[in-house]
Design a protein around this ligand. Structure first.
Ligand code: C5P
Length: 294
């Protein structure tokens, strides 16, 4: 997350993430699943602008018509939680410039919530540490704390236990986002917990070494078969990517985005161009060229 002051206002730019590995290790009594995942932020950003509201109101405005700006929005839930825990009575107007696709496995809503905690902590001069913000974040959603640690991390528990990981080199990816999104809860409900969960040791090593070919071989997402059943476009687009010769391909998070891991920016461009020339067969899917964040 990158924040800058502009007079009274504050602007925070916050990234999307991808999962390069996601294993489901067990089902928990609280309804969640124990997971092990390798996450990395990528260069696709939402921007949030915070302006003080002297009357103490909390409002959210968004340039994306399909998104609720009501009290259920994670940004406003984050703002309310921050006020509740610190006793702060200040208000804010929040403008959300939405670029990260919704319900796509890219954690756009989670990233926005993390940005809201970060931005309002500064705007209201609350002086909470990153650790304190991450702990509040975990109450709002499993993958929100990651955004206080990124750019890459090995995450366990519900996803909120985070161990930073340094990528050996920047990763070039092509994201393909079907028009239909998926509900995280629904995908997790349909997952089969494996008897022998796959170890993440090899992919962690490949990520740290910056060995893209090995990373490509080790890509894994336990949620993908369930997501493919719920949304056949995931399987179609995955097969299409598999035919384009990248280092590897995978669905991110609970879907519905699939991505190709490329060997360099040139390969990403060639692959995106190939997808663009076949755009009539992509069923309205959008294509983004991104790079892992520093
Ligand atoms: O934590 P978050 O609110 O993002 O999770 C959304 C839903 O996804 C949860 O209500 C739960 O059903 C499911 N989930 C899960 N195991 C996880 C993370 C999420 O079952 N580790």
């Amino acid at each position: 997350m990158l924040s800058e002051r502009q007079g009274d206002a504050l602007r925070v730019r916050t990234p999307a993430k991808v999962n390069l590995f996601l294993e489901v290790v067990g089902r928990r009594p609280d309804g969640y699943h124990e997971i092990a995942t390798l996450m990395a932020t990528v260069s696709l950003f939402d921007t949030l602008e915070f302006t003080p509201d002297m009357a103490g109101g909390l409002t959210l405005l968004c340039d994306y018509p399909g998104l609720s700006t009501g009290p259920d929005n994670l940004v406003l839930r984050a703002a309310r939680l921050l006020r509740e825990r610190t006793g702060c009575t200040l208000g804010a107007e929040i403008r959300l410039n939405k670029r990260i696709p919704l319900a796509a496995g890219l954690a756009g809503g989670s990233s926005d919530a993390a940005a809201a905690l970060e931005g309002l902590n500064r705007l209201w001069r609350l002086r909470l540490s990153a650790l304190e913000l991450a702990s509040l974040a975990a109450e709002l959603g499993s993958d929100i704390p990651f955004f206080f640690v990124g750019p890459a991390a090995w995450c366990t528990g519900r996803g909120e236990v985070i161990e930073p990981l340094r990528l050996g080199r920047a990763l070039d990816l092509v994201l393909v986002v079907p028009p239909m999104g998926l509900s995280t809860a629904e995908v997790f409900r349909g997952v089969t917990v494996p008897n022998e969960p796959r170890s993440g040791a090899a992919i962690r090593q490949a990520a740290t070494a910056g060995d893209v070919s090995e990373l490509g071989r080790q890509l894994h997402n336990r949620l993908q078969p369930t997501a493919e059943r719920l949304c056949p476009a995931v399987a179609d687009l995955f097969m299409r990517l598999a035919g384009l010769g990248s280092a590897g391909q995978l669905m991110t998070g609970s879907g519905s985005t699939v991505f190709a891991l490329c060997r360099d920016p040139g390969e990403a461009l060639t692959l995106a161009r190939a997808l663009h020339s076949a755009r009539d067969e992509l069923g309205g899917a959008r294509v983004f060229i991104v790079r892992s964040c520093d």
